[in-house]
Design a protein around this ligand. Sequence first.
Ligand code: IVH
Length: 702
Amino acid sequence: MSRAPIPVAALTPFEARIEHAELAEKIARWDQAYHGQDAPEVTDDIYDAARRRLGEIGERFPELTARSPIRDKVGAAPAEGFGKLVHAVPMLSLDNAFAPEDVVEFDAKVRRFLGLADDAELAYVAEPKIDGLSINLRYEKGEFVSAATRGDGTEGEDVTRNLETFPAGQLPRTLAPDAPAVIEIRGEVFMTKADFLALNQRQEAAGEKVFANPRNAAAGSLRQLDPKVTASRPLSLFAYAMGEASSPPASSHWGYLERLRAWGFMVNPLIRRCDGVAGLLAAYESLGEARASLPYDIDGIVYKVDDLELQKRLGFVSRSPRWAIAHKFPAEQATTVLEAIDIQVGRTGALTPVARLTPVNVGGVVVSNATLHNEDEIARKDVRIGDTVIVQRAGDVIPQIVGVVPGKPRGPAAYVYPEVCPVCGAHAVRPEGEVIRRCTGGLTCEAQAKERLKHFVSRNAFDIEGLGEKNIEFLWERGWVRAPADIFKLRDRNDGEPLQKLENFEGWGKRSTEKLFESIRTRARMGLERFIFALGIRQIGEATAKRLARHYGSLDTWRAAMLAGTDEAAAELTSIEDIGPSVAQDLLDFFKEAHNVAAVDELVAAMRDLGGAVEDAKVIEATASPVAGKAVVFTGTLVTMTRPEAKARAEALGAKVVGSVSKKTDYVVVGADAGSKAAEAVKLGIPTLSEQEWLELIGAAG
Ligand code: IVH
């Protein structure tokens, strides 16, 4: 339920700051998903709209842009595993145009900047915008030396070895002697629609991952640590731009493209030279008509000022050149019949609906699955099984259902969204105000249990040495550990099945097995707060787990209160600092599931069998502390702890942490570079303490 955004001109500085931060975070996440994991989260339209809005807010409140994590970055930081290459010339992105007016505006801006009359001749080049991933190919003294992906625009991944698997017809190894001593050629690595479909068939037959679209297939194939895998994938390459060049290879972009062809690169045959806006829009029309029958995906058309001198004068604004723009095409659509709706359960328990379709060709790619997003979307569009629906492939996200085709026979009944998990049968609940329904079978649901176990053994939870993610996978696959309790029964089970003894497996051995059993045994004694955190209940992070532990004191008290599930129990929960109704609900929902209660009880029993227990929380006697009831101000930079940590510790001892110094203040703790607050304290005669003195006062000095 999105509300209409407040016009940027009407935003207060406060609203602007919040929205700017939210947008920047979202975009950074989307960039990471798109470039870092080849798994886009949103359509281009949504992404572009968010980018535009961020830009508008930034223009009106320039002070915000300095803080934005994506200020000058394009895409995501390079993935771990590849070497990094810093681009000699940053690899930037393009601004987008959606309507003809945007193109008119682009042309007008270019002319204004260059001081050209409206009717002066201005040549452009119009190029299909290939939907793949960009690459920088560096040649020195005519020899191919390296290839890098775009990465974050400044630094990309070194994929030289992978590009070396391309045939010479796609990637010339040497350039003719007329090439500049240093030249970087940029272009797009992509996969044709036919190659994508064939690859997916092979992947499916081999039980391997299938790709959502040609772009993801190209990205996934290029970014392989093993170049042999890249070699086995049908990738193609079009060249279309320039990075560093020791001397200009041409005076126009058009001339440059001709040289690229002469050097042996593939240059898209549909590139046209156009005059003025009318020429550009005509190119858009004709390419739009040809689009569906092209052998590869394009998501728009790129217009570039042809004259390289003019390009240089126009230069760049933040992340994109002034001399080019991408005019986007609308998403490609087709109609087909919705045969079924399957509900998938993700690793976090989120239920997501997947549409199963009568296979249909959407702009050259056969689509048989599409996303329906969530329960509300299905209801809002009233999509029913048996309906004829519009399916769309937008840019590079998973195909989506746009809606029902009007006037066609309808499916018999409105779709009823399941309220139980299709994998484990536990209740699937949907907290108020949220769109996602989630399975509550957390610890026992097959779809989630493996991830929960990894959380359970992680460092801030049970922290079982020798039992990392990889070993959990191993034990899970063999069926030896399926629930937390199994970890504590591992030794018995292992001893009981000599043929499958853990120590006989590669990478284990007698010593490491013994060590593992030993650390499991030590962890059978565990503090209540970590125990609660380890259960992986939704929204229960470390801080909340700690509050719960301190409030209830013992496992039995907590368990009984949660199981009571009464209004009083809920009220008691929300009386605890930082626990609101939604967190309280998640806790109670967890305990409403018999499977979860059983899993917790079995875990405790298994810990006891190893001589352990869940230890009561240490309740700090607040009134007994020397700072109980005192008003404390922290100022300046602290060395041994962060400010939130200092505040939490002081509060746990019963102190009241306040923001400003007044006559009512009892202590001012002065860190490094403290400012006016320290001076104010001296003026008012309030005792000031160094960080060390404060630690001594609260009995925490080391
Ligand atoms: S020119 C300074 N030309 O679109 C910008 N880009 O949104 C240089 N792309 O990262 C880019 N086809 O991955 C250019 N004919 C084309 C293109 C093209 C596809 C991609 C490229 C770039 C993105 C920009």
